[in-house]
Design a binder for this molecule. Structure first.
Ligand code: FMN
Length: 481
């Protein structure tokens, strides 16, 4: 049965060893983030787990981080599928969106704080790059709405806590939330905005899927859950938020009210520059009784942020190529987990149907998404095995013939550290497509025939040599030998 809230999801993670509780008292101004940093910097993906800080100094609220993207297994638990079926589940979810349902009562409004009581200081908001960030940051789901169409958008936009009742929201140019608030300003009105902290896991995942403007990610969340997501109208603003959330912050943005945002540790591994961004005024904080606070671990890759963004957007790319562009020759898409997320490396498995087909598909992906590097391989390569992909990049790839450089790319994500000059000014970026599919028949492989390899496996066991799991790479190779 689908998880109704984050609590049920956390219990499932804990059961599987994918989340651990920390009982020692921790300081949210530095320890929460620094411990999470050790998780991602020191442990390989298969050993990582989400962190549940039960005892946060100066607060009655626990803080969880890393729970959605400690490892690919966490995402599989959220989607209630096997790791190998994640892309299949995402594509099915993208095909069958389910509209949300509006409810009158919600646990996220068990406690309602308005006016001076709506004090951001009540939340144990972590500082994510202690010693370098300007201060604590909400890394929550931001809800906005198009004034004219009424369609809502959810996305994570980091939000700097300025004081007890105001924030500075990183509504970057080009983002859908930025576009939505502008539709209210155009009518001479204040724009409503809400932050959702700790909600149903499918909502956290759907939020970071890069869907076109006008498509509400909550409908994708409903489809992934298999039933409509319950939304409840906010208490002080004209938005509806996920009913089964732990904490909701309601607020408003006035046109032309700007403040310095940052510095803040960016997902690409460097401190981002200070920029002018919109100020938000808090109108209410509502929450469940004894709420759990969540913040995403991001900043230096790999991180929770890069892991979930890679996984979700690989599904979106696969859906776009196959279902919307009719590229049925594409079998699978993976986005690397070492850098991950935007600006990352996408790897595509396909069966080219004509000369140049691999380059063509790679170019479409590079042009239509924020990924910076696209490698295209044949379907006999395990795209999740960097060893196998690298092999194809030697055995089937000739750089001069098989590379496409796409120049003069306006990086909507101006935080790409590789295109900043010495003064921090962002210049045009570029992208690369590497077509590592076979261009001709290079002959048979240099492994013994499959029949001998299988016999040898039995002999291996007779010899008492140590057991092993056959990697997918070896299976794919032996099947063809
Ligand atoms: C922890 C975290 C922080 C993020 N911060 C930002 C941000 O400050 N600005 C931004 O534009 N995208 C940010 N993103 C990425 C967006 O949430 C994501 O790309 C989303 O799909 C954008 O939605 P939109 O296309 O509806 O604007 C962040 C993602 C995560 C997981």
């Amino acid at each position: 049965m689908a998880f109704r809230d984050i609590r049920e999801y956390l219990a499932a993670l804990e059961n599987k060893g994918l989340m651990r509780r920390v009982t020692r008292a921790v300081d949210h101004t530095w320890e929460v983030a620094c411990l999470a940093k050790w998780m991602y910097q020191a442990l390989p993906m298969e050993k990582r787990f989400g962190l549940y800080f039960e005892n946060v100094k100066g607060s009655t609220m626990p803080v969880v981080t890393g729970v959605f993207g400690a490892a690919v297994e966490n995402v599989a638990v959220a989607l209630e599928c096997e790791v190998d079926d994640i892309n299949k589940t995402l594509v099915a979810g993208l095909r069958g969106r389910i509209k949300p349902r509006i409810v009158k009562n919600a646990v996220c409004q068990e406690v309602v704080l308005t006016g001076k009581d709506a004090d951001l200081g009540l939340l144990p908001t972590p500082t994510w790059t202690p010693g370098k960030d300007k201060g604590p940051y909400l890394t929550a789901i931001v809800v906005t709405r198009d004034h004219d169409s009424g369609v809502q958008n959810v996305a994570v936009y980091r939000t700097m806590v300025q004081d007890a009742n105001s924030v500075v929201v990183n509504l970057s140019p080009g983002r859908q939330g930025t576009r939505n608030v502008q539709t209210w300003f155009d009518k001479g009105k204040k724009a409503p905005i809400a932050w959702v902290i700790a909600t149903e896991p499918v909502i956290h995942l759907a939020t970071v899927a890069n869907l076109p403007y006008g498509q509400d990610e909550i409908e994708l969340a409903g489809s992934l859950k298999g039933e409509a997501i319950d939304l409840v109208p906010c208490k002080t603003i004209d938005l509806a938020v996920p009913a089964n959330s732990e904490i909701i912050i309601e607020g408003e943005i006035t046109a032309g009210e700007w403040a310095d945002e940052g510095p803040f540790g960016e997902f690409a591994g460097y401190m981002g520059p200070v920029e002018k961004r919109q100020v938000g005024h808090i109108t209410a904080i509502t929450h469940r009784t004894n709420p759990i606070c969540h913040g995403y671990s991001s900043q230096m890759p790999p991180s929770e942020s890069t892991t979930i963004q890679s996984i979700m957007n690989a599904g979106v790319i696969l859906h776009t190529l196959r279902d919307q562009l009719g590229e049925m020759s594409v079998q699978d898409v993976f986005i690397d987990q070492n850098f991950g997320g935007a600006l990352a490396h996408a790897i595509i498995a396909m069966t080219p149907l004509f000369p140049g087909h691999g380059k063509q598909v790679g170019r479409i992906v590079a042009d239509a998404t924020p990924v910076k590097r696209v490698t295209v391989v044949d379907v006999d390569v395990d795209i999740r095995d960097s060893f196998h992909v690298d092999w194809a990049l030697n055995a089937r790839f000739s750089p001069q013939r098989d590379t496409v450089i796409i120049g003069d790319v306006f990086m909507t994500l101006g935080m790409d550290p590789s295109v900043r000059d010495a003064n921090g000014t962002v210049s045009q970026g570029s992208k690369i497509v590497l077509d590592a599919t076979s261009k001709f028949d290079a002959g048979t492989s240099s492994l013994p025939p499959k029949i001998l390899m299988e016999k040898a496996l039995a002999v291996w066991k007779e010899c008492g040599l140590p057991d092993f799991d056959i990697p997918k790479r070896a299976r794919l190779r032996i099947d063809k030998s």
